[in-house]
Write a protein that binds this ligand. Structure first.
Ligand code: PNS
Length: 160
């Protein structure tokens, strides 16, 4: 059974992340979305919140499981009997960092392979950082994040 891991900070998840989750769920038998909880970056949302946002947005996808992890990704992958890591690639600017991570993971675990899924054209520009930047100015988040997340983000930035 091909189980794949889609790891990330997802702080918060964007429609770009959800697009990758949906597309991966059509290709692979099981997709485990793994939310990093011990990042050196101070997240806007707790790991529990980030997991719940994705659970809510992906509840119609029966072969997608959402959980958090800490420690090395390769250790999490081994524990879950997964050998494939999925990453979305937006632009060439993503490539160097993603390539380094893919090589690092492969070096740590020879069986671990990374498969890149190109972002859909409408989400090429989209990132969690861009979402937070727009939200911090109470800008329009329509189409960038799941609709339920819009009021949550507005509230977190003190706009309601
Ligand atoms: O969404 P992000 O912030 O680009 O995701 C980065 C993530 C979570 C995939 C990466 O930081 C990660 O896998 N962290 C776990 C620690 C680890 O395994 N590090 C070695 C690989 S670089």
């Amino acid at each position: 059974m091909s189980t794949v891991i889609y790891p990330g900070s997802f702080d918060p998840c964007t429609n770009g992340h959800l697009d990758i989750i949906r597309r991966a769920s059509k290709i692979f038998e099981k997709v485990i979305v793994a939310v990093l909880c011990n990042s050196s970056k101070a997240p806007l949302f707790s790991a529990e919140e980030r997991v719940q946002f994705i659970k809510d947005a992906a509840k119609d996808l029966p072969n997608v499981e959402i959980t958090s992890f800490s420690g090395l990704l390769v250790d999490f992958a081994k524990k879950n009997n997964a050998k494939i890591v999925i990453k979305g690639l937006r632009a060439v600017s993503d490539f160097e960092y993603e390539f380094q991570m893919a090589l690092t993971n492969h070096n740590l675990c020879r069986e671990c392979e990374t498969i890149f899924i190109p972002a859909s054209a409408e989400y090429m520009f989209l990132s969690s950082s861009i979402v937070k930047e727009i939200a911090s100015y109470d800008g329009d988040l329509t189409g960038l994040v799941p609709p339920d997340l819009v009021p949550v983000l507005r509230h977190r930035f003190g706009f309601c």
